[in-house]
Design a protein around this ligand. Sequence first.
Ligand SMILES: [Zn+2]
Length: 82
Amino acid sequence: MKQPEGLRTCAKCQATTRAGKSCRSPAVTGKRVCRMHGAFAGAPRGKRNGSFKHGGETQEAVALRREASALLKRIREDGITA
Ligand SMILES: [Zn+2]
């Protein structure tokens, strides 16, 4: 059976398999490794993963809450200065 030309000429995965050989599967476009070797590591973030019903858990909102409670903690421990 003849191998498709695109498969022969495309970039190959640079990862090493558990058997110790190099993978050589076609790499994901723009990445060094194939889909099995971490080119798509983790779930998509934000809206693409179905987040954001009310905006209360966006990265900005969480950071703001964290900052506010750190400030409150400092005020409780040291009192209001400056
Ligand atoms: Zn691979």
